[in-house]
Design a binder for this molecule. Sequence first.
Ligand SMILES: [Fe+2]
Length: 385
Amino acid sequence: MITFKFATATEIHFGTDTLQNVGALASRMGQRAAIILGRTGERAEPMYPLLDNAGVEQVTFNVDGEPTVNATESIIYSSRNESCDMVISMGGGSVIDTGKVVAGMLTNQGNLMDYLEVVGEGKELNKTAAPHIAIPTTAGTGSEVTRNAVLTVSDHRTKVSMRSIKLLPSLALLDPLLTLSLPPSITAYSGLDALAQLIEPYVSNQSNPLTDALAWDGIGRIRRSLRRAFHDGYDQEAREEMLLASLFGGIALANAKLGAVHGIAGPVGGMYGAPHGAVCGRLLPLVTDAVIQALTQRAPESEAVYKYTKLARYVTDDMGASAKDLVPWLEKLSEDLLVPDLTSHGLSKADIPSVVDKSLQSSSMKGSPIQLTSGELKSILQRAL
Ligand SMILES: [Fe+2]
């Protein structure tokens, strides 16, 4: 029996030059936009005349690196004071996550801490977030269609989420031209994050036929295009495919959960400030190996084994391949894309027990098709050093 729920951004506009429509689209939603950008916000330059011509006023905020609770609180405070009635976020996942939180806090009263999990009170948002146009400039996080925002709590060396279906952006605007100039390392890391965000929901214990279809399609696009985009950043077709794959990964994870790659990547990112995609890229082959081994021993008849086998055959083009053949394919991909080991981010052997403890608590872990033991998690981390 099949039962599932599914939700995504209210509208998705995808296509080369779609950014040209931002003025007309924004003027439908509000009068004064809080514009959230990354450190330099260079890619946003063409957006300003488009908004001016459409009569949309702007107040710009920059997010430096991954957003902290304090920095986000100050953007919320200023955008409320400036009477912003909508948000436009343009950047990587961190920028769009900040946009979601600001949009949520423009319509809901109180402080950010009231709504945060773990470190705050975890209250539910009552009101729908303010209109929010999310414009990704990397192909990886799929944050434009997910319902949570990850913030760093500096004093706790940890990351927390604000989570609500009300945080889904009103419009995800995806223009592949914005990703053309990404450097190879960011292309690789964000692309491997996208791949993890497709494979984990595909084998997740909460997958459904709709997320399966999207995940399968997205994995095929990454297989065809990630190496191409890495070697030639101006390959427009490859960039288009990667942005689509990233979008599908975001939709899949928001509706079918993740797994142990993200369960471990969360704490590692929080503790060492390591780039999320690089960590996911390093963990993906190792976690896949451990999960397939655990399934083979403890649940050999499970649907996940069948799905891993199907996936292995698809990516290797070998109809006789078995589930475990997916592992060397993933290893080769992260090797070709020059993904560093976790030692390079500061992880040491002595820290492994604490990473394991935090990973076991993480909500992403709940999507794993089999519960990994702390011994299995420990051995994944030892191999990742
Ligand atoms: Fe991710």
